[in-house]
Design a protein around this ligand. Structure first.
Ligand SMILES: Nc1ccn([C@@H]2O[C@H](COP(=O)(O)OP(=O)(O)OP(=O)(O)O)[C@@H](O)[C@H]2O)c(=O)n1
Ligand SMILES: C[C@](O)(CO)[C@H](O)COP(=O)(O)O
Length: 390
């Protein structure tokens, strides 16, 4: 069987009135990034999802683009939402109809930021035999009906709490939306599909998928997500030769000296060690594999570009950089007078507070190549958190 072309719609056009706050909840920060960005990144991380339509309020595209940043792995489109969730999903489906060729669609609330890949896999597998599938968790509390007092106990057997994303074959769900006229407002898309006589399969949901609805949900979400982060440490080490006639760059700062370093790019040995430390924490190769020394475009290049690249890789993985510690090993020049400028330079390149950047220096007591002033070595350690794949 040929693999289906799969898209996702993320509805993010609500106002989040029950959540309160200054911003609609999809733009608020949780675990280091906007709620909307978490939801979109989780979908883009799935190899089979080629297109994501983000449905937003009027005039919000610039803001939405800014909060999601550079999303890799899927084409991102924007559509203008409507007055109800149903209308917003419909706008997303209409956008997909213009793209064409999409066979299956996942419809997801931006307000459910933490989406396990396993849920997507279960939903897509269920579409092999059904037109629709929903993730759900069994009700575990006693259920009653009533206002001030209980008027009725409700049997909870076979009752489920329904989550998103909900997965559909595109033809049937679009037809269900087109046929929905003058009927009560549906609370999800699956009930519209069922109204057309199609079966909807229940697959196992996940507590990570809880919707952010009320103010207290944000703290709980932060705690749930933080528990899923792993701390990673990376180490970098580099050496370059000191030669006359070169400019000496250390930590992105030009340091007056009678010699400069020669080698890859501008030979900023401290930034090279730093980049390797970050790449090490990401387990993503080393500076040479990202910027081969044999490639003429890096000859004389500013090493700040490599640090910015490493920072972007951390961001693309949803990571948070906590701290870097750089040690420069040389007999001369003296690093102390430049330490503050070096810390500020690294902090700016990594977009972190200067308090999270340490720059140290040591000599080798005139021993070895550093002691003889033939070269400068640098070591760096980077500590970051990465979301565990779940
Ligand atoms: N007109 C609407 C209403 C809701 N949604 C989206 O549907 C999802 C689930 O809706 P809900 O949690 O009810 O969000 P809000 O409508 O924003 O919240 P509230 O009802 O508290 O205002 C959210 O991602 C929300 O942005 C939408 O795209 N368009
Ligand atoms: C679609 C949904 O998230 C499934 O549980 C839910 O029905 C949305 O309800 P809301 O009242 O729009 O938050």
């Amino acid at each position: 069987m040929t693999a289906a072309t799969i898209a996702a719609i993320v509805v993010a056009a609500g106002r989040g009135l029950r959540a309160g706050g200054d911003l609609p909840k999809q733009y608020r920060m949780v675990a280091g990034r906007a709620v909307l960005a978490h939801a979109v990144m989780a979908l883009a991380d799935h190899a089979a999802i080629t297109t994501i339509v983000i449905v937003i309020g009027e005039g919000e595209e610039d803001h939405a683009r800014q909060v999601i940043g550079d999303i890799r792995g899927a084409t991102i489109l924007f559509a203008r939402g409507g007055d109800s969730r149903r209308a917003s999903v419909r706008a997303g489906l209409d956008s997909l109809a213009q793209v064409g060729g999409i066979a299956q669609v996942l419809v997801h609330d931006a307000a459910r930021p933490f989406l396990p890949q396993a849920v997507i896999a279960r939903l897509l597998a269920a579409l092999d035999d059904a037109d629709g599938a929903i993730p759900a968790l069994p009700v575990v509390d006693t259920l009653v009906r009533g206002t001030a007092t209980v008027s009725q106990s409700v049997d909870r057997a076979d009752l489920w709490r329904v989550q998103t994303p909900q997965a559909f074959r595109v033809g049937p769900i679009l037809a269900a939306h087109q046929a929905w006229h003058n009927q009560p407002e549906p609370t999800d898309d699956a009930q519209m599909l069922r109204a057309m006589g199609h079966d909807v399969v229940i697959i196992e949901g996940d507590t990570m998928l809880e919707k952010l609805t009320h103010p207290a949900d944000f703290l709980a979400a932060e705690q749930r997500m933080t528990a899923r982060y792993a701390t990673r440490t990376g180490m970098g080490y580099d050496v370059h030769r000191l030669v006359p006639g070169e400019t000496l760059w250390l930590c992105g700062v030009q340091v007056p000296h009678d010699k400069g370093l020669s080698g890859h790019s501008d030979a900023d040995v401290a930034l090279h060690a730093l980049v390797d430390a970050i790449l090490g924490a990401l387990a993503d190769g080393d500076i040479g594999s990202h910027f081969p020394p044999s490639d003429p475009q890096w000859r004389g290049a500013a090493s700040s570009r490599f640090v910015e690249h490493a920072r972007a890789l951390v961001a693309a993985r949803g990571g948070v950089l906590h701290h870097v510690d750089v040690t420069i090993i040389c007999e001369a020049p003296k690093i102390g007078p430049h330490r503050d400028a070096m810390r500020a330079s690294i902090a700016a390149l990594l977009d972190i507070a200067v308090e999270k950047v340490s720059v140290k220096a040591t000599t080798t007591e005139r021993l070895g190549f550093a002691g003889r002033g033939e070269g400068i070595a640098a070591q760096a350690v980077a500590t970051l958190s990465l979301p565990e794949l779940f």
